[in-house]
Design a protein around this ligand. Structure first.
Ligand code: SAM
Length: 494
């Protein structure tokens, strides 16, 4: 039957399609230059005209509630909370209606406070990842910077709060796949003239390894420059040539050719392509899911093939690392699954894995700050870690129950399994070894932590700025299904 079907193909060359067709399908639906969701809609990432003044939002005539809350002392905080939420939701509803935007991300809703929390985290983790204070400026990469609100917020914060030499020697590189958003980022950051010399947008796919090759060369130039500046100021030795300085420092530090840097990704992992695997029963082997065009040329359908893609295989192995099926339990489960077979579908973050592999290879000393949804409500698509496929028509949101229906008119976003993300990060840094991995390459251990957004913002942000007059704090109380993942290098190899 399968020879009668044609593989689904949008823009990718056949070689790529054969290698990883499902990944390509999702990628095309979101990023194809002609009909991808992000390419078609400049409003795919909404920009708020002005910051929300949370401290001015108020539920109802205040004096009445002061009186009531004095009477009902114990219940007062709950009242304030409910009223504050109502006022915030009403304001949000108004903004959504006025803008026609499907979705504002937290960095946009809580600007500038959200980005400032991230900038503060960078300033405070700096000493963890920069062993020698040789580098006077920071190198920050942001992947999928959307409208540029995070970049501007971070640059603003460092300009105002860090020593001038840090701001003056900063390099902020945005890697953005959407040409429209790349342009918007330049405009947003350009609102402050002094940021422009520090900010650069590279319009490319961050998952594409070749894009980082030139980056490495530039990065080495960048280090050399800072190292030379440092030596020159300390030793007043302006005449020493760059090569000999770098050589002496390499001897001193053992390894200075790779500069520490930060990589920020906010709501990017959720849009990265995933793969789907399928199994007929609880114990049947996993199969890769492919997407095919049906004979009539119109519809799309799924086809199952034995696992062959290496990303999928590694991801499955990482997922199943802890499974130590004893012989007895596997006999029992085999019998059970024959009697009551239950097909399984599981979505794998192979796009995140590919991106982390590329990042660890190009930027081994990166500190990573990623934030995303840990859980998505009302997902209609079946399977573990299944995506929400959502579209907005005439101001009304609706969700698809079949991901095959998403053809450029829908956002496809996945929840992030932060437990799995941490393992993938350790695997890509070379620290976590899989059973069949025979490489003698020694990985570097990383310090990693996953925090609820509220914990992250309470630690690094200014939560009082996002509190409504009635005491409700949407950043802490409304985004319970989002988390931050921090991963910094250590200097040990053990
Ligand atoms: C949901 S938006 C989030 C935007 C922004 N970070 C925010 O929080 O407002 C996802 C962003 O990631 C970008 N993106 C997705 N995949 C990418 C890739 N492979 N390389 C570079 N940018 C990517 C999209 O174009 C978009 O800017």
């Amino acid at each position: 039957m399968s020879h009668l079907l044609h593989h689904f193909k949008l823009s990718s060359p056949p070689a790529l399609l054969e290698k990883n067709p499902f990944l390509d399908f999702i990628h095309s639906a979101l990023y194809d230059p002609n009909h991808g969701y992000f390419s078609q809609r400049s409003g795919a990432v909404g920009v708020l005209e002005r910051s929300i003044k949370f401290n001015q939002l108020e539920g109802i005539v205040r004096s009445f509630w002061i009186l009531l809350s004095t009477i009902l002392l114990r219940l007062a905080p709950i009242f304030w909370h409910v009223l504050g939420r109502k006022a915030y939701m009403k304001h949000l509803d108004k903004i959504y209606k006025q803008s026609g935007i499907a979705w504002f991300t937290p960095v946009e809703l809580f600007k500038p406070w959200y980005a400032q929390g991230i900038a503060e985290a960078i300033l405070r983790t700096a000493n963890l990842s920069v062993p020698l204070k040789l580098i006077s400026g920071y190198l920050i990469y942001e992947i999928g910077g959307g409208s540029g609100t995070c970049a501007k917020g971070i640059l603003d914060y460092i300009m105002l709060n860090a020593p001038p030499r840090i701001y003056n020697n900063m390099t902020y590189i945005s890697v953005e796949i959407s040409p429209t958003l790349a342009e918007i980022q330049k405009q947003t950051v350009g609102e402050v003239c002094s940021h422009l010399s520090k900010f650069k947008v590279e319009h490319r796919d961050a998952m594409d390894r070749s894009g980082w090759a030139s980056e490495l060369v530039e990065m080495n130039d960048h280090i050399d420059l800072h190292v030379c500046e440092y030596i020159s100021t300390v030793f007043c030795a302006k005449q020493i040539d760059r090569k000999s300085i770098v050589f002496s420092l390499s001897l001193m530090a053992g390894d200075v050719e790779q500069q520490p840097c930060w990589v920020i990704m906010l709501e990017v992992l959720d849009n990265l392509p995933h793969d789907l695997i399928y199994s007929e029963s609880q114990v049947s082997p996993w199969m890769e899911v492919w997407v095919e065009k049906q004979l009539d040329g119109e519809g799309l359908s799924e086809l199952y093939k034995p696992l062959q893609d290496s990303l999928i295989k590694h991801c499955v192995e990482i997922l199943e690392l802890d499974k130590n099926d004893t012989k007895r339990s596997s006999i029992v489960s085999k019998a059970w699954s024959k009697l009551f077979p239950k097909p399984r579908r599981c979505w794998l973050p192979t796009g995140s894995m590919k991106l982390l592999e590329v990042l660890h290879a190009a930027l081994p000393k990166m500190s990573l700050i990623a934030s995303d949804f840990s859980f998505l409500p009302d997902v209609k698509v079946p399977g573990e870690r299944a995506p929400l496929v959502s579209t907005k028509k005439d101001g009304q949101s609706s969700d698809y129950s079949n991901y095959l229906d998403a053809k450029g008119d829908a956002d496809i976003f996945f929840p992030t399994d932060f437990w799995l993300l941490e393992r993938i990060d350790h695997y890509c840094s070379g620290w976590l070894k899989l059973q069949k991995d025979k490489s003698s390459l020694q990985g570097r251990k990383r310090r990693t932590i996953t925090l609820d957004t509220s914990s992250f913002m309470e630690e690094f942000g200014l939560p009082s700025k996002t509190r409504t007059k009635d005491g409700y704090n949407p950043l802490l109380d409304d985004f319970k299904n989002t988390k931050f993942y921090l991963s910094v290098p250590t200097h040990n190899i053990k």
